[in-house]
Ligand binder design. Structure first.
Ligand SMILES: [Zn+2]
Length: 348
């Protein structure tokens, strides 16, 4: 019976107390370790959470006004936002910097703000910013060049042509821009009858011999016989995709038979039998494979100025803004269209 009622002087009591203490200490240390780990995790999570969401407009206002970061750091951050496509945050930062009383480099920041509005597609706001810059600093070629682009995107070609005058005074070469904008103005003018439009566009081309891709793309579409009459065979390689896609009924055999490149091109396409071989690999392969395989040409377009590659033709490069720098590249591909036609016929 005494075994359940140990006296405190009993050595067994001391041993029980000793093990009880060890158990309590071990438990407390385990619990404290777990608690600390959980706290550390929560702290890190709270810290990282700040960077997962972008600061709101009010937070940005407060951060910029506090002046803890230099103007250059804010501008770098705005440029980085703009580069990653977050134009809204970039615009908010530029606007907040401009609101600061001690803002220096105001013209430069306004220029960057205008460019960001332009990239984001807010053309009217971008226009207002550049007009404001030019009001105070009329001899700023970068602002004039961007304003010209804005007017062009807004299809306000008359205003774009007016911007060329101050650029000319600043000794900038405006020949190509003038021709390009005049051609665009003409093509987009719904009041000019089609025949008059065609003739005026042709006159512009014949006087300058520039923008051949733009002019012949339109001419082959609306008046193929006039296009062939005025076709300069030396431009054949530059217009190869346009020539390749002309319907057979619109071809002019007289012009084609006089030029070796055109003879090879239309023999390769399978319209005529005017050539036995070609120095162009793709044409040569198609001439030799005539009727034996479903092959055709696929085209892509490179800007000769900045080497940007496009899947579609362009008149002004959207990357470097150069005009008439298109170069057509082509390669052999399977003709899925022919496959589809043959499959459709087999069901009939
Ligand atoms: Zn380019």
């Amino acid at each position: 019976m005494n075994i359940f009622f140990l006296e405190f002087r009993d050595p067994l009591f001391s041993i029980i107390i000793f093990f009880a203490l060890i158990f309590i200490i071990t438990f407390l240390s385990y619990w404290w370790g777990r608690y600390k780990r959980k706290e550390d995790y929560k702290h890190l999570d709270r810290f990282l959470k700040q960077f997962r969401s972008l600061p709101t407009k009010d937070e940005l206002k407060e951060l910029v006004s506090r002046g803890e970061l230099s103007q250059k750091s804010w501008m770098l951050l705005a440029a980085s936002y703009s580069k990653s496509g977050n134009f809204e945050k970039s615009i908010e930062i530029y606007n907040e910097i401009l609101k600061q009383a001690d803002t220096h480099n105001q013209k430069e920041i306004m220029y960057l703000l205008g460019k960001t509005y332009f990239k984001a597609g807010f053309l009217e706001r971008a226009k207002q910013i550049f007009l404001e810059i030019l009001k105070k600093h009329p001899r700023t070629p970068q602002a004039l060049e961007t304003l010209l682009l804005i007017y062009e995107y807004m299809k306000d070609y008359k205003s774009a042509l007016e911007v060329l005058d101050p650029l000319d005074e600043l000794k900038k070469d405006i020949t190509c821009d003038t021709l390009y904008l005049k051609s665009l103005e003409l093509l987009n003018n719904v009041e000019v009858p089609s025949e008059e439009k065609t003739q005026k566009l042709l006159d512009l081309y014949l006087r300058s011999r520039r923008l051949s891709y733009m002019v012949f793309e339109y001419l082959f579409r609306v008046n193929p016989s006039l296009a062939w009459e005025n076709f300069d065979a030396s431009e054949s390689e530059n217009l190869v995709d346009l020539l390749w896609n002309i319907p057979k009924d619109d071809l002019n055999l007289d012009v084609i038979s006089e030029n070796s490149y055109l003879r090879e091109l239309y023999t390769a396409r399978g319209d005529f039998d005017l050539s036995l071989k070609s120095s162009v690999f793709e044409f040569d392969a198609l001439i030799n494979l005539r009727g034996k395989t479903n092959a055709t040409l696929s085209f892509e377009y490179i800007c000769t100025n900045c080497k940007q590659l496009y899947p579609f033709p362009f008149h002004r490069c959207t990357s470097c803004q150069s005009i008439d720098t298109i170069s057509v590249e082509f390669h052999l591909v399977k003709d899925y269209n022919k496959d589809f036609c043959e499959e459709s016929n087999s069901f009939q």
